[in-house]
Design a protein around this ligand. Sequence first.
Ligand code: ADP
Ligand code: MG
Length: 410
Amino acid sequence: MKFENYAISDNIKKSLEEMGFRKPTDIQFKAIPSILKGEDVLAIAQTGTGKTAAFAIPIIHKLEISAHRRKPNRVRSLVMVPTRELALQIEEVVRSLSKYSKLSILAVIGGIDETRQINKFEHGVDILISTPGRMFDLKSRGYFDFSETETLILDEADKMLALGFNRDIRDVVHNLPRYHQTLFFSATINEEIKDLAYSIVRNPIRIQLSPKDPVSKNVEHSVAFIEMDDKRFFLERMINEQKDKKILVFVRTKVRAERLYNAMLRVGIETLTLHGDKEQADRLDVLEKFRAGTVNVLIATDISARGIDIKGVEYVVNYDLPDVDENYVHRIGRTGRGFERGQAYSFCAEEEREMLKKIEAYIGKDIKVMDIDKVDYRMTKALTQEGDNNWKKLLEENEKEQAGRKKRKK
Ligand code: ADP
Ligand code: MG
């Protein structure tokens, strides 16, 4: 069925058309009718399958047709997400979808000036998208409350419930009016979190697509066995062979991100880094540059593994394996989004083999091993620009020394 045949407002249909969304994805097809009916929904569907629009379309429709209107210092629906970047991204999708719907949309995140956020509450907000920190802060200072909030949405729900926000979220639920709707969306969820989620909702409809395989069908993923100290040579080679392609590289820590950035710089490769130590403005600037393709390689920690949707990321590299098994699914899910296809490679060192096993157990299958024969492995190490530079440097140093000696002799 096409969107044009859906029982949703013409305003939304018009924006869907402009966005190039003609027919619903599987999760949209399954979730939209339930949400329109007012049911609580727990939806699990792979990365990049369009979960944002799956909740945003019916929410916008319901807000539009509702007899209620927004009121000062009230929020009509609340979307909670784990990272600031994701909040802004969802804000953007919601804005596009509601372009003709005359709703008041607001993203509330930390790290930036709060004045504009506070001012907006005065006139009431139809859809508030936020990370918990700043949102709870502004709420406790009385800028708004949940007394008229009809819908609560947790995107990346497992992460939200596990982040230590479980109590805060229960608190939100307690403050909602008697009749409200709760929606949970994620690509992954474990039994424990599932129980937690169920304890918050009433008779939820559970929609789970491809429960056996959490990895997106659009992502081809494999692992290569590469020793820790050799990884950078392989990354260098890969970047050089895939010039102009967008590559997202995941590392385990902030320190390793910066170290890799420097190693790439030494061999003349420009990259970007994204991690929690960066100022918010910096983080947004980095994402913008990567999105725009100003720089095509982004080295990131897991903070950007969840939910971030960047067009045209063709490769994800797990330069380090993640320490949390489900993060594997989220990381490689940054490619192969929507109707695109993508590839993911994991560089696995000897000391990471245990983690690889855990990941394979989590996704329920073995990851295809990419054979690198011994010759190729040695070639890659030998061909590195860094090696060349070292030679160049040695030669230069040698020349300088010689020149120095000559001077001294004179
Ligand atoms: P998820 O939250 O499931 O990881 P997103 O909501 O971020 O996925 O959507 C992934 C990509 O798919 C986005 O780039 C979005 O624009 C695209 N998309 C979503 N729904 C549709 C649709 N019905 N038709 C075409 N593209 C879509
Ligand atoms: Mg998402």
